[in-house]
Write a protein that binds this ligand. Sequence first.
Ligand code: G3P
Ligand code: CA
Length: 256
Amino acid sequence: MTLKPVKLTNFKRPLIIAHRGYRAKYPENTLASFSAALDIGVKMIELDVMLTRDRKKVVIHDATLECTTDGHGQVNSYTLQELKELDAGSWFHPRFAGERLPALDEVLDLVSDHALLNIEIKSNAYEAHQPPDAIEKQVVELVRRKNVLTSVLISSFEWKIVENVALMEDAPAIALISKYPAEGDNVKLCIRLKAFSWHPNCSELKYDQVKIMREEGIKVFPYNVDSPGEYQRMIQMDVDGIITSDPPLLSDLAQA
Ligand code: G3P
Ligand code: CA
């Protein structure tokens, strides 16, 4: 069956974005977690990516392996092949034993015909000297090669990564993530970079910040929206979407 690719331009508000997949019920950032999110009809999936020792793109949140695998030490001290031998599911529940850390290519192949993808490039992967295979260059090259430019959103807490993507020809849409929304020059930065969206931590978000961004045509997708109370607070602020670890909980509210 050939499905029509989803595009960033025509989503229904509020867009429910699955944080590291369906993280409340599946081991985060695994194919099991992403498949489960697709199965429940999520329209956008968020993931985290960083580089391995052999400079391949691996999907994992932490810079170290202890929390979500049976490995030890820094992710970037192992090759992709070595990381593929780790168990990335048992820590969550024994029934996920044998789940592997995905390469970014695998997730694109799984998701991109069915849902939008928010690729968060982790700040620890930023390289100021910008080698030819810097992570942001590799991610954009992959997105182009897979022909999914219109269904991918690249985000980072590291504004220099976001800027580097923004400066590329034919770049995918970009987003800035802000742990402390009121700090710094988030608005000016998003406008200057022509960001598609801004992803603030929901617990710090204020209505005025949402209003300014929306007036500038920048969408607001707060993250860590994991309870009905936070969801209602975000909806009252008229955000465009929410990033949540429990998509079904909030999708039910969105349809109520
Ligand atoms: O992209 C928003 C959110 O995922 C950022 O926080 O730490 O879960 O990657 P974190
Ligand atoms: Ca993330």
